[in-house]
Write a protein that binds this ligand. Structure first.
Ligand SMILES: C[S@@+](CC[C@H](N)C(=O)[O-])C[C@H]1O[C@@H](n2cnc3c(N)ncnc32)[C@H](O)[C@@H]1O
Length: 279
């Protein structure tokens, strides 16, 4: 799903990975939060000598552990807001995939990360940005989620990104649109007839200054926020050749974009990346 050329994750995940790799060092013992099925673990396990990767979902951790023959990674089921580790044992805590936007209490999660870090230990993770003007838009998309056809709507409501997934009947005529990733202007009027169930998800959106304050208040210093994902806007370019160029040269463009990061406004980035040191 993430690897699909039309998925904006490919840009901000890759950019987050470059930045996470930048804070990791070979001699470190690191903790990964919310490892999912190990996509991010596979990128970063080589960068440290000892890695503990965690997720609160047993299913995810199982998927990650079976992904390949890991030699240097320990997998564990653990809630990022209530970690089972002793104080001050990690040199770095990192996460990719906007965990901070999903936990019920971001301050509690950050304090847990601080507790398990040594003094001067490094924190690196991403979060969803409250993009300026985003509260006025609602986006709609037919897509395949895994193998399942879906119609997805996103909207911003009171600082939250709300996502409704309408699972489509596999025999519905909309399945064709899901395969083509159509973006309708409005919700199709007869949609309800073809939907088997609806799920609602919420993610917290952070304004850059709010994120900086939160991390400082949790007991970190040298807090730095970097914009992620501006390149994803190229996926919407009308010029097909430019779109294809952006996709095919994604790696180089992501690096270039990070070099230019300080030129972009933080409030237009899709995601924010925060790094800091434990006080
Ligand atoms: C978008 S996925 C990211 C997975 C992976 N890091 C990646 O980049 O491919 C978010 C993950 O956060 C996990 N998660 C959500 N809340 C969590 C919590 N409180 N503690 C630990 N993991 C959590 C979910 O189970 C899910 O695997």
């Amino acid at each position: 799903m993430v690897a699909r050329p039309t998925n904006p994750h490919q840009f901000y995940y890759r950019e987050a990975d470059y930045l996470i790799a930048g804070i990791l060092e070979t001699r470190m013992r690191a903790l990964e939060l919310a490892c999912g099925t190990g996509g991010s673990t596979a990128i970063h396990y080589r960068h440290v000598s000892d890695l503990v990767s965690t997720d609160f979902s047993m299913k995810m951790v199982r998927g990650a552990a079976h992904r390949r023959d890991w030699k240097l990674v320990h997998f564990l089921v653990a809630d990022a807001s209530d970690l089972p580790f002793r104080d001050g044992i990690f040199h770095a805590v990192f996460s990719r995939g906007v965990l901070l936007s999903y936990v019920p209490d971001p301050m509690r999660m950050l304090r847990e990360a601080r507790r398990v870090l040594r003094r001067g230990g490094k924190l690196a993770l991403d979060a969803m940005n409250q993009i300026q003007g985003s509260s006025r838009t609602r986006t709609r998309l037919f897509c395949m989620m895994g193998e399942r056809p879906a119609y997805v709507e996103h909207a911003v409501q009171a600082g939250l990104q709300v996502r409704w997934i309408h699972w489509l009947d596999r025999r519905s005529p909309f399945v064709k649109l899901a395969r083509k990733e159509e973006k309708p202007e409005s919700r199709p009027r007869n949609l309800a007839k073809h939907v088997t169930s609806v799920e609602r998800f919420e993610g917290r959106l952070f304004r850059p200054q709010q994120l900086i304050r939160l991390v400082e208040q949790a007991g970190f210093r040298e807090v730095n926020v970097v914009p992620l994902g501006h390149l994803a806007y190229t996926l919407g370019f009308a010029d097909k050749r430019l779109r294809e160029f952006a996709r095919s040269r994604g790696r180089d463009l992501s690096r270039l974009y990070l070099q230019l990061g300080s030129h972009f406004r933080l409030d237009t980035a899709l995601h924010l990346f925060v790094s800091a040191k434990r006080r």
